[in-house]
Design a protein around this ligand. Structure first.
Ligand SMILES: CC(C)(COP(=O)(O)OP(=O)(O)OC[C@H]1O[C@@H](n2cnc3c(N)ncnc32)[C@H](O)[C@@H]1OP(=O)(O)O)[C@@H](O)C(=O)NCCC(=O)NCCS
Length: 149
């Protein structure tokens, strides 16, 4: 695998087109859900981090600053053929570092239960019962972490 590079990009960066494809492939295609690119990516309250490998976008996460001033992590996606090779960990480590730079006191996310062990490994704690969420109907749990710890 080529070295991984991480970049924070704006919503109008041309590489967001690759992000659209990645989000679909990683998050929705496995459920047979038709592609839909109508995400609200613009706005001062959201930041986009990509992982590049050999010049190609292979990982993505969105950090949204919520109304409480906490960091809501969304749409964490790694291309299927590169999953379990450290891309997700690298992305989430960068999200954590950015949250610390921004002085956020809390990071939270709604995790698919299939990804719950991944976030546990990165220091997130499960703080809710399971609930159905999103387009897939898959059970999710809310998880939280204090940045930098
Ligand atoms: C979940 C996801 C983001 C994790 O990214 P990744 O690049 O595959 O994970 P990494 O290789 O960085 O894994 C880091 C650690 O978590 C573990 N891990 C990763 N995914 C896991 C899973 N689903 N179940 C259990 N452990 C997992 C890895 O084995 C590794 O363990 P280690 O500490 O012993 O080395 C990625 O697999 C993915 O995009 N999945 C499909 C979409 C999805 O479910 N997104 C999350 C929505 S909430």
């Amino acid at each position: 695998m080529s070295p991984l590079e991480l970049f924070w990009i704006d919503a109008d960066d041309p590489r967001m087109a690759e992000v659209h494809a990645l989000r679909h492939e990683a998050l929705f295609a496995p459920f047979g859900i038709p592609r839909h690119d109508g995400w609200d990516d613009a706005g001062e309250d959201r930041r986009h981090v990509i992982a590049l490998c050999g010049g190609r976008v292979v990982g993505y996460a969105c950090l949204l600053l919520d109304a409480e001033g906490d960091g809501h992590v969304r749409q964490v996606s790694v291309f299927p053929e590169l999953q379990r090779s450290g891309v997700g960990r690298a992305l989430m480590s960068e999200v954590d570092a950015e949250a610390a730079r921004l002085g956020l006191s809390l990071l939270w996310l709604n995790a698919r239960i299939t990804a719950e062990p991944f976030y546990h490994r990165l220091g997130y704690s499960t703080v809710s019962d399971r609930f159905p969420s999103g387009r897939t109907g898959m059970p999710h749990v809310r998880m939280e972490k204090h940045p930098g710890r």
